[in-house]
Structure formats: structure tokens, C-alpha cells
Design a protein around this ligand. Structure first.
Ligand code: GRF
Length: 234
């Protein structure tokens, strides 16, 4: 596997864990029973924040062990830092080929031994090396009712189509674009005077609740997949 362009040995930019974060990660037998989440982000990080907040509750059953990003100066990383969580940044542009970036992402995530990877506003497609490591154990959240309006402009596309109801979807990541088996969905009505920003904000309120609830149920109860059908619990 080749090293990324121009970064030498320091190919991942990993940030340390604060004392508070280290204490949380190493604090006693009950914490070690919690399932480990690695959360990947690209922007604001409100979904990440909702997960971090949920993980403060003992009964939630999970802990965020690391936050990864594909870009450096984003609010999501500041949120991770404020919560004392380790983070890493892997920029696609620092790698000779997409597959190298993807493999580095898989390696770095694997280092945290996650039970589940959560793509929370992560604006990159993952590829073969990543899916070979984490396929079936990686969920994404999307601001539309899939299979309608996949892709990066879901809210704009739904508005342009004139739908009266849209929403959000948590799904298992596969090699398609927002195409994997659906785990959970929530609906959001479209108002006559909505623009992309107002509608997306309302969807994000529902999305945070859906993501936190779904991830919690998955880590506590397990899940199975038959064809396209995902079932949480036994
Ligand atoms: C979410 O609506 C997500 O579905 C979309 O981008 C938004 C990310 O929000 N891909 P945040 O960064 O979690 O606030």
C-alpha cells in the first residue's frame, strides 16, 4: 500500500485524547462493555454532537471512541475536541489514488476496533477496502426518504420535485450511492414556503433523533440483514 503524497510517515493527522476523554475511554468495567463507535464527519457535526450527548447516558450502551474527517477546519472536529475525543483527518488530496485514501481510512478506523462506524454528514463515498473491513457494520444518515433523492443535494432535489413529505433515512453502507439496506426512516412534512435551508434544518432535527435512536438500538440489540431487509433485535 503506498503512502500518501508528500506526508511521509505522518500520513494521518491524529489528535490526542485529553485527560477527560482518556478517563472516559478507560473508566472501569461498565464503560468497556459499551459498544465502540467511530463517527466520520465533514461539516457542522450536529449529528455527531447528538451521538456524543447520547453516549453520556450509561444506558445508551455505546461510546464514541474516535471522530474522523476528510477535511481539517470543520466545526465537527471542534466538537470532538471539546468532548475530549481523539480525532483524525485524512484528506483525499493527500493520497496518490482514491483507493489509497480509502485503505488508510479503513486502517485508521480499524485501529479503534469499532463495533459500528457511523457516517454522520461524511461527504465522501467509501470504497472497496473500507467496505471489506466494515461492510455491514457501517451506517450512514441521509436527509431524504431513500430510495428517493439519493446524492449530495437530496433536500434541494426533493423541493424541486415538489414532494409534500420528505424525511431522513439511516441505512447500511454498501458500494452504491445512498443505496444500501434501509435501517430506519422518519418523515418530515414540506411547508409551502420552505426553502432548502429551512427544510434541511427541520429534517436535521428529525435526523438527529432517528440516528441516535437507531444506533442505540443497533448496539444494544444487534441486527441482521436478509436481502434488503434489516431487522434490529432477535
Ligand atoms: C445531514 O443532514 C446529513 O444527512 C447530510 O449532511 C447533514 C450533516 O449535518 N449528509 P451535521 O454535520 O451532522 O450537522
Amino acid at each position: 500500500m503506498s503512502e500518501p503524497k508528500g506526508r511521509g510517515a505522518a500520513w494521518t493527522e491524529e489528535r490526542g485524547t485529553s485527560d477527560e476523554g482518556r478517563r472516559r475511554l478507560e473508566s472501569g468495567p461498565e464503560a468497556s462493555e459499551h459498544k465502540k463507535l467511530v463517527v466520520l464527519v465533514s461539516g457542522e457535526g450536529s449529528n455527531l454532537q447528538a451521538l456524543i450527548d447520547a453516549c453520556r447516558e450509561e444506558a445508551y450502551g455505546a461510546q464514541v471512541v474516535a471522530v474522523g474527517a476528510d477535511r481539517g477546519t470543520i466545526n465537527a472536529l471542534a466538537r470532538a475536541e471539546r468532548s475530549g475525543l481523539p480525532s483524525f483527518v485524512l484528506r483525499l488530496a493527500d493520497y496518490p489514488a482514491r483507493e489509497d485514501w480509502d485503505a488508510a481510512l479503513a486502517r485508521t478506523c480499524a485501529g479503534y476496533q469499532p463495533d459500528l462506524i457511523v457516517l454522520a454528514g461524511f461527504m465522501k463515498l467509501v470504497g472497496k477496502p473500507f467496505l471489506a473491513a466494515f461492510g455491514g457494520h457501517c451506517v450512514n444518515t441521509h436527509p431524504a426518504l431513500l430510495p428517493s433523492f439519493p446524492g449530495p443535494h437530496a433536500v434541494r432535489d426533493a423541493l424541486a420535485h415538489g414532494v409534500k413529505v420528505t424525511g431522513c433515512t439511516v441505512f447500511l453502507v454498501d458500494d452504491g450511492v445512498d443505496a444500501g439496506p434501509i435501517v430506519a426512516q422518519a418523515s418530515v412534512p414540506v411547508a409551502d414556503d420552505d426553502d432548502e435551508a429551512t427544510l434541511h434544518e427541520r429534517i436535521k432535527v428529525a435526523e438527529r433523533v432517528l440516528l441516535v435512536g437507531t444506533v442505540g438500538r443497533m448496539v444494544r440489540d444487534g441486527w441482521s440483514v436478509r436481502g434488503r431487509k434489516v431487522r434490529i433485535g432477535s
